[in-house]
Design a protein around this ligand. Structure first.
Ligand SMILES: NC(=O)c1ccc[n+]([C@@H]2O[C@H](COP(=O)([O-])OP(=O)(O)OC[C@H]3O[C@@H](n4cnc5c(N)ncnc54)[C@H](O)[C@@H]3O)[C@@H](O)[C@H]2O)c1
Length: 651
């Protein structure tokens, strides 16, 4: 068992907050942060049995139920509300009426009338309501907010913030990537709702950084959509949903959400004195008050409690939302997203969808602090029609064995069809690649998963044949087109692919060798030194990262799940056989701080590694000896935040 590490004291009080978590998918992401913030998790509630079991493993002794009435009757102070997105308004009201403070996941509510009801319920009670909008609280955005407050950038003129996330698989699975059950049904809201509603991760940061609030919004509908999203009967997703928002200082924000072919989180703001850009290359500022002023990269560092925030999920954002909530309960000091901030960031989504339905007509964003504004919308319950997710994608028809497994087959389609498409499309432009060897892993990936692709494509075709006019057939047919099933399943395809991979390997060498057979120790205390490591150890599972068919990792979670203190080190060991003594390279990535040793000599470390795993790769120089080389990775579990690591030898 790992040695208990002292928990830093954040609040100058011993008062505790007893918390219940309602919705144990995303809701559990906050679990490990609670210990820093005087919060004890004492109850959980979810319809899903597997999530309740997972909750109890982390929190033995807590009350857990699938019944919301029973949950709300328990003796606790506050609810972390992470139920279905369109249900947050009524659920928050129910919690307040049960006498609980509420930290609601985004968004606050689904219609104008629901918003009015929620505001008035919060005003009636001496209870805290916060919205858990977390994207303003990354190190970069908080650093920017501090510099704006100091006047470095002047006034907001224009900003482009975005949250473009093609989460097609999540229309058919729960957040933990298990297919939705029963298998002919689809996700409660991700399968149909317009991304306009999910406007807070992009607008929220601009509001907090520039201290402005939205007052008007307008948008045109973008009609083309990508494959594999349901359409009609209330479903409208799988497209881009930009809106233009007028802020109360006269500045304009282009707020971009969407599910398309290029996930991106680029962020640009122009102020009257200076400008900032955040993208794949980090943060760049242009300071000097002119278009050609010097443009330089900066290194935004955490300020204040950032050290703790950095250890928690979502780039630290989850720490801050929980911190502001606990601070208001314990000390009365308000955070940025009280009920009114929650309204400011939620309302533009509802009004943008309306604007797009009315040909781009500008819509006001009322200020729900004012009763007169609320009165205008008190009875306005306009909302997007909802797809009947429970009835499912076969319109109530009798289900055969494959149709009953639709969600699982569709989940696989969202992984395998794009893997095929990536191969054939990159092949078309292969010679234009700056580093042509980068095509090899794309081809190799398709070869590795080809057997599963064949089974999935055949199952999908069978469903399309048996239920041709169903919604299920519509999405499967679209994915079969992406995967060019006729070509992919033709007898000549696999031999040609194998030939291609062999010739690429001959040309570029096998560029990387994935290390897939690791064995690992149990969870050991933080300060364990290598000579103490006690072998033998357990074999690790080598898994695909949900949403990324081409990225696999060695999963360490089984080694510490269920342990009360999930802090410590896991040592994982693999062997690499080298034909001769030579210089080489080793690429390692993990979602917790890690050190790498080759033949017991330290060759590198990444102290700041956090999720997601693929973004944390470091390439290290090694000196292979002839024969067996031991590769040892020491990975810090970060209170249970670390899922694992990937490692490969680079040739
Ligand atoms: N801020 C972020 O970074 C972030 C990330 C992911 C999700 N979210 C938000 O968190 C919320 C939850 O997300 P999720 O990914 O877990 O999705 P989800 O909608 O799949 O999960 C909701 C969970 O709540 C349970 N639930 C719903 N109503 C219930 C009820 N009445 N009684 C008992 N259980 C009930 C469901 O069984 C489900 O497990 C969503 O609103 C989403 O917008 C925010």
């Amino acid at each position: 068992m790992a040695k208990t590490k002292a928990i830093p004291r954040v609040f100058d009080t011993d008062k505790r907050i007893r918390l219940g978590i309602w919705g144990l998918g995303r809701g559990m992401n906050f679990f490990n942060t609670c210990k820093f913030l005087n919060i004890d998790v004492v109850a959980g509630c979810d319809f899903n049995a597997h999530m309740r079991e997972n909750f109890l493993r982390s929190c033995p002794g807590a009350v857990v139920t699938d019944n919301e009435e029973e949950f709300l009757k328990q003796d606790f102070d506050a609810v972390l509300l992470a139920t279905f997105c369109p249900a947050h308004g009524p659920h928050a009201i129910k919690c307040l009426q049960a006498g609980k403070h509420v930290l609601s996941e985004v968004t606050s509510f689904f219609s104008m009338a629901e918003g009015v009801k929620l505001v008035e319920e919060v005003e009636k009670r001496k209870l805290v309501y916060n919205l858990a909008e977390n994207y303003p609280f990354t190190a970069a955005n908080m650093w920017l907010a501090n510099r704006w407050r100091e006047g470095l950038f002047g006034d907001l003129m224009y900003a482009e913030y975005e949250y473009v996330h093609e989460c097609r698989m999540l229309a058919y699975t729960y957040i933990d990537s298990l297919p939705v059950q029963p298998g002919h049904t689809v996700h409660n809201w991700r399968s149909w709702f317009s991304f306009h509603y999910y406007c807070t991760h992009s607008l929220g940061p601009v509001m907090v950084i520039t201290d402005t609030r939205p007052i008007m919004v307008e948008t045109f509908p973008s009609k083309p959509h990508i494959a594999g999203y349901l359409r009609g009967h209330g479903a409208e997703n799988g497209t881009m949903t930009p809106s233009l928002i007028q802020m109360n200082n006269g500045g304009v924000v282009r707020n971009l959400m969407g599910a398309a072919t290029n996930d991106s989180h680029s962020q640009r703001i122009w102020g009257t004195r200076g400008a900032s850009e955040i993208g794949h290359d980090g943060m760049r500022l242009r300071l000097g008050g002119a278009g050609q002023s010097p443009r330089l990269n900066v290194n935004p560092r955490w300020e204040g409690l950032g050290e703790i925030a950095a250890q928690t999920g979502h780039g630290g954002g989850d720490f801050w939302t929980l911190y502001y909530f606990a601070r208001e309960i314990l000390t009365g000091v308000k955070g940025p997203f009280d009920i009114y901030g929650g309204c400011d960031v939620t309302l533009p989504g509802i009004q943008a969808l309306r604007s797009s339905r009315e040909g781009g007509k500008p819509m006001e964003v009322p200020d729900f602090r004012k009763k007169a504004d609320r009165d205008r919308y008190r009875n306005d319950d306009w909302q997007q029609e909802r797809y009947d997710t429970k009835r499912g994608v076969f319109g109530g028809a009798e289900l055969n064995e494959k149709a009953a497994r639709f969600s699982s087959i569709m989940k696989d389609m969202t992984l395998y069809a794009p893997a095929y498409r990536a191969y054939v499309d990159w092949k078309k432009v292969q010679t234009a690649l700056v580093s042509q060897e980068q095509f090899l892993p794309i081809a190799q990936n398709l070869l590795d998963l080809y057997d599963k692709l064949v089974v999935t494509f055949r199952n999908a075709r069978a469903i399309v044949k048996d239920y041709p006019s169903s919604d299920g057939a519509q999405v499967l047919r679209e994915m079969l087109e992406v995967g060019e099933a006729d070509k992919a399943l033709s007898p000549g395809f696999l031999p040609a692919l194998k030939k291609d991979v062999s010739s690429l390997k001959r040309k570029f060498g096998s560029s990387t060798i994935d290390l897939t057979r690791f064995e690992a120790t149990r969870l050991l205390p933080e300060r364990t030194l290598i000579p103490d490591v006690n072998y033998p150890a357990t074999s690790l599972k080598y898994k695909v990262i949900p949403y990324q068919a081409d990225f696999k990792y060695n999963d360490i979670r089984e080694l510490y799940e269920g342990l009360k203190d999930q802090n410590g080190l896991v040592f994982a060991r693999a062997n690499y056989g080298s034909k001769k003594a030579e210089a080489g390279k080793l690429k390692v990535a993990a979602d917790g701080p890690f050190k790498v040793f080759v033949n017991r000599k330290e060759v590198g470390c990444n102290r700041g590694a956090t999720n997601p795993i693929p973004d944390q790769a470091i390439t290290l120089k090694t000196a292979w000896k002839k024969g067996r080389n031991e590769i040892l990775i020491a990975l810090r579990t970060n209170g249970g935040m670390a899922w694992g690591f990937s490692a490969c030898v680079v040739k």
